[in-house]
Design a protein around this ligand. Structure first.
Ligand SMILES: *[C@@H]1O[C@H](CO)[C@@H](O)[C@H](O)[C@H]1NC(C)=O
Ligand SMILES: *[C@@H]1O[C@H](CO)[C@@H](O)[C@H](O)[C@H]1NC(C)=O
Ligand SMILES: *[C@@H]1O[C@H](CO)[C@@H](O)[C@H](O)[C@H]1NC(C)=O
Ligand SMILES: *[C@@H]1O[C@H](CO)[C@@H](O)[C@H](O)[C@H]1NC(C)=O
Ligand SMILES: *[C@@H]1O[C@H](CO)[C@@H](O)[C@H](O)[C@H]1NC(C)=O
Length: 949
């Protein structure tokens, strides 16, 4: 076929030539024809490059035009217009006028439309580059008629469809095949093994799926194989091992599994090997650096086990190494050598042990060293001395002991230092203050004592300072107040005494301030109103007294931020009002005192009475009061409160007018929610459970302890449970009242949904993830919600989300005698509910996936879940794979931009991983939450191109 077309062209061109004149004029004629064709195409372009406009004029001198190179000043051989800003299509290009063209290079323009099949008329073509344009449609199979084509670059377009099988016709010539960053799909064709001359195969960032065909082993000249970020899976075929000359291998971001160490045994010229984010198991490939060429090696987030390959020990060529999140082990001081070129190494989240060796100090170019979450022991000093280039040092969550060496002060480039969660002792060396580039300092959760050095003010760029959970005694140096960029200051759980320094008020950029669980005394300095960016404060469990500073942040903070102090007062609900506010009405001071005394007496009485009632009711056996309105002395068959003694069965019944329907703010299957204003002025939500019988109290003990545990739960995004009371038919839970209503309600109301912008939605999802992670991973025993749905997530007026009913879902199902018979909410429950009684955290992960999609889509994802879902386990994806993400997003909002777009993509990705059918394949909430908290830099990926696949 190819030769037929060639012949056709030769016939056509020769016949025209013969018809017109003698040989000398031949080239002139074709030159005229070529010039005309070029000018015609130029006329069809929408956006003409000025140099093109001025140059491509006249009739027959095309050889002098920009972008054109001729041979013997007559025949156009090369056309190269890369980066000319050309906008338009290729439809107007008369390819048949250029049978002698060798190079056709239009890389990096704004050409759109399809690739015309007439491109096959460039019959001499060797080099074709249309990459970095906006071309769409399929790769025309006719391209395979270009029988001399050696270089084919079509990357960074919007091409779809699959690789045309016809491409095998280029088996003799094709050397470079670059189709990356398109929307191509389908399997990698088996016939690709016939492209004997192939050296470079780039298919990354597409939607190819299925196995790597074993025929790939026939591409023995292959040096670069990039398959990253597709949906390929299965094990790497043994034939892959024939590709001895591979220098660049990228398999990142697929679902490859199995072991590859033997497969790669003979591949020893590697410079770049990226295996990350797959399901690989077994040992790391052993011979990857026997020729000392390897520069980049990444294998993170797999299931690799065993030791670091021996060949890496003397691999001095290494520049970047990422092995984090595997199951690797070995003595870290013996497994690794000295790497003069190493810039970045991450070995976190493995099982490495041993001590930090001097060798790191000899890696003179090392900028990032991450060893967190291993079992590294010993001291830090002074082995890292000399690492003057080091910018990031993360040794957190290991077993390091001893003091923080003052030599750290010599690592003047450090900007992020994390030594948290170790067993370090002694004090913080003042030399840390020399680190003037430091932006993040975390030494939390150690055994540090000694005063906090005032020299920390030398770290003038500090943005986050976490010294929590140590044993720092004495005063907080006022110099901290000069750290003007500080955004997060956490000094909680220490032994800090004295007054809070008023200078902290100068921290204009501070967003999070946690001084809780110390021994601070006196009043909170009024200068704190100067912390204009503050969004979260916690000053609980100190010895503070006096009025809160007069600012919105303090007024609106939850009572939990101030509890367990000596005598704070202010506007915060639950806190007593300050005497001065009463005085403003020019009342006599004596009256104030009298009132206060009276109130205190009454409180005391109330405490005593309710205390008696409490003891009484705990002892009381089951009792059936048919009047429904229990008498005071029979109060609380069973009640537990975390709140002060003032909240009683009776006060709740009264505050809701005996559960009058006008106070009802919501109704669900087995429960109704009431808004209740207590006599203290506090507004709470009361969830009344319609329990008909008392049989449930059988497992009372276990249940009681669970409720008690839940009362201790303190997380920003979990609705605070104040207490529980059971007195059938009135059993109820008392929660903090959240103003905005349920997430479901907000999303179903167009007006409210409109106000619920992307950034707020992203924030809400992050909050929910963090709350779930907290309950699953930071509580002992872990608490599973079992019924996460948009109904159970409440939203306040700032659109912060709060999970309600944590750990109490069972209560709301009266007929369940145990946890496992509970069925959850249809549309949110994990598929394993259908066949197993084993309910664990992964069910919540699934429901979280559904809710996340619901938030970004504005409605329950419904069928989308099941279609996308089944596809992850089948070989043939359905068409829903191709739905652009932007099309499923809530259309009531304007399309997201920059940061929001980036966050939404990551949320969508995570949501889909949460929806995996196999519970084991779902991430944990900890992973989800961590992933979401990563600050994403808006990338150059075109958001509108991202699809659900
Ligand atoms: C260019 O000139 C050389 C020497 O005269 C000749 O061999 C070659 O075929 C010419 N090329 C073309 C494309 O005419
Ligand atoms: C086309 O021109 C660009 C810029 O001048 C150059 O980088 C590129 O290598 C050229 N293409 C070919 C095929 O020579
Ligand atoms: C194979 O590709 C190389 C470039 O990598 C090229 O020089 C050679 O001519 C090609 N072979 C054929 C038969 O085209
Ligand atoms: C690979 O090459 C071998 C030997 O040349 C041949 O027998 C086999 O059919 C080829 N496989 C593929 C899939 O091209
Ligand atoms: C590696 O090469 C040796 C010798 O050429 C050969 O015997 C062995 O089968 C090869 N191994 C793999 C996995 O390709």
């Amino acid at each position: 076929m190819a030769s037929m077309i060639n012949i056709l062209f030769i016939l056509v061109s020769t016949s025209t030539v013969i018809a017109i004149s003698a040989p000398p004029a031949t080239s002139l004629t074709s030159e005229v024809e070529e010039a005309e064709a070029l000018q015609k195409w130029k006329a069809s372009l929408e956006n003409k490059n000025p140099s093109l406009s001025s140059s491509w004029v006249g009739d027959n001198r095309a050889c002098n035009w920009v972008g054109i190179v001729c041979e013997n000043s007559t025949t156009i051989r090369h056309l190269n217009l890369t980066g000319y800003g050309l906008k338009g299509t290729l439809q107007g290009f008369i390819f048949s006028s250029f049978p002698n063209l060798l190079t056709f290079d239009l890389r990096n323009n704004s050409l759109y439309g399809t690739i015309p099949s007439s491109i096959a008329n460039l019959s001499s073509l060797i080099y074709l580059d249309l990459s970095s344009n906006q071309l769409f449609g399929i790769i025309p199979p006719e391209i395979s008629f270009l029988s001399g084509l050696q270089f084919l670059y079509l990357g960074k377009n919007y091409l779809n469809g699959s690789i045309p099988e016809e491409i095998v016709m280029l088996n003799k010539s094709l050397s470079v095949l670059e189709l990356s960053e398109n929307n191509l799909n389908g399997p990698i064709p088996v016939s690709i093994g016939n492209l004997n001359n192939l050296t470079v195969l780039h298919l990354f960032i597409n939607k190819f799926y299925g196995f790597i065909p074993s025929s790939i082993g026939n591409l023995t000249k292959l040096t670069q194989l990039y398959l990253m970020h597709n949906q390929l899976y299965g094990s790497i075929p043994p034939e892959f091992g024939n590709l001895k000359f591979l220098t660049h291998v990228g398999l990142v971001g697929n679902q490859f599994n199995g072991s590859i160490d033997l497969v790669m045994k003979n591949i020893t010229y590697l410079k770049y090997l990226a295996l990350s984010d797959n399901l690989f198991s077994g040992y790391l490939p052993q011979n990857i650096c026997i020729n000392s060429r390897l520069e980049l090696f990444s294998a993170h987030s797999n299931y690799f086990v065993g030791f670091i390959p021996l060949s890496l020990r003397n691999c001095t060529s290494l520049i970047r190494v990422r092995l984090e999140r595997n199951r690797l082990t070995g003595n870290i001081s013996e497994e690794l050598g000295i790497y003069p070129n190493l810039d970045y190494i991450d070995l976190s989240y493995n099982n490495f042990y041993g001590e930090i060796s001097q060798k790191w100090g000899q890696c003179k170019n090392l900028q990032s060293l991450k060893l967190s979450n291993n079992r590294i022991s010993g001291g830090i000093s002074p082995h890292l001395e000399g690492s003057v280039e080091l910018r990031l040092l993360d040794l957190s969550s290991n077993n390091l002991v001893g003091e923080i060496p003052k030599e750290l002060g010599t690592m003047v480039s450090l900007f992020n230092l994390n030594l948290g969660d170790n067993k370090l002792s002694g004090s913080i060396p003042p030399e840390i203050g020399i680190l003037s580039d430091l932006t993040h300092l975390n030494i939390a959760v150690n055994n540090l004592t000694g005063s906090i050095p005032k020299q920390l003010d030398g770290c003038t760029k500090l943005m986050s300072l976490n010294l929590s959970k140590n044993r720092f005694p004495m005063n907080l140096p006022p110099e901290i107040g000069s750290l003007q960029y500080l955004q997060v200051l956490d000094l909680s759980y220490n032994l800090l005494t004295g007054e809070m320094p008023s200078q902290l008020g100068e921290l204009k950029n501070l967003e999070v301030l946690n001084l809780s669980h110390n021994e601070f005394s006196g009043s909170i300095p009024s200068t704190f109103v100067g912390m204009l960016s503050l969004t979260a404060i916690d000053m609980s469990s100190n010895q503070l007294e006096g009025p809160l500073p007069d600012s919105k942040v303090f007024d609106e903070a939850p009572i939990e931020a101030f509890i367990n102090n000596k005598g704070l007062c202010g506007m915060v609900i639950g806190l007593k009002a300050c005497p001065s506010t009463i005085r403003s009405g020019k009342k006599d001071n004596n009256v104030v005192i009298l009132v206060t005394v009276l109130v205190l007496c009454m409180l005391f009485l109330a405490l005593v009475v309710s205390g008696i009632a409490y003891v009484h009711c705990i002892r009381k056996t089951s009792r059936n009061n048919l009047n429904g309105q229990p008498e005071a002395q029979h109060e609380d068959l069973f009640s537990i409160w975390s709140y002060d003694g003032k909240m009683t069965y009776r006060s709740i019944v009264e505050a809701t007018d005996n559960f009058h329907s006008r106070n009802c703010v919501g109704e669900g299957g087995n429960a109704s929610v009431y808004k209740a204003r207590l006599q203290t002025g506090q507004v709470v939500a009361v969830k009344r459970v319609n329990t008909q019988e008392e049989g449930r109290v059988a497992d009372f003990k276990a249940f009681e302890s669970e409720i008690r545990a839940l009362l201790e739960v303190r997380h920003r995004n979990i609705v605070k449970l104040y207490g529980f009371c059971s007195y059938p038919p009135n059993s109820f839970l008392v929660y903090r009242f959240v103003e905005g209503g349920s997430l479901e309600k907000i999303l179903s109301n167009d007006r409210e949904a409109h106000m619920f912008e992307w950034s707020k939605r992203v924030n809400l999802i992050k909050g929910v993830a963090s709350a779930l992670s907290y309950m699953h991973h930071d509580c002992l025993p872990p608490v599973v919600h079992r019924d996460i749905s948009s109904k159970n997530i409440l939203v306040d007026l700032e659109y912060e989300g709060y999970i309600s009913d944590f750990g109490t879902a069972r209560l709301l199902e009266p007929n369940s005698s145990n946890w496992t018979s509970f069925a959850g909410t249809v549309g949110y429950t994990a598929p394993e509910f259908a066949y197993t009684l084993e309910v664990n955290e992964k069910c919540d992960v699934y429901s979280f996936g559904v809710v996340s999609l619901e938030v970004i889509m504005g409605k329950h994802p419904g069928d989308l879940v099941s279609t996308l879902f089944s596809l992850s386990s089948l070989t043939t994806p359905s068409t829903s794979h191709d739905i652009p993400l932007k099309d499923v997003l809530d259309q009531r909002l304007i399309p997201p931009r920059k940061q929001d777009a980036e966050d939404l993509v990551s949320i969508a990705k995570l949501a889909f991983s949460c929806l995996q059918i196999n519970p084991q394949s779902r991430p944990t909430m900890k992973q989800v939450s961590q992933e979401l908290s990563v600050q994403r830099v808006p990338s150059s990926n075109v958001f509108s191109r991202i699809t659900l696949g």
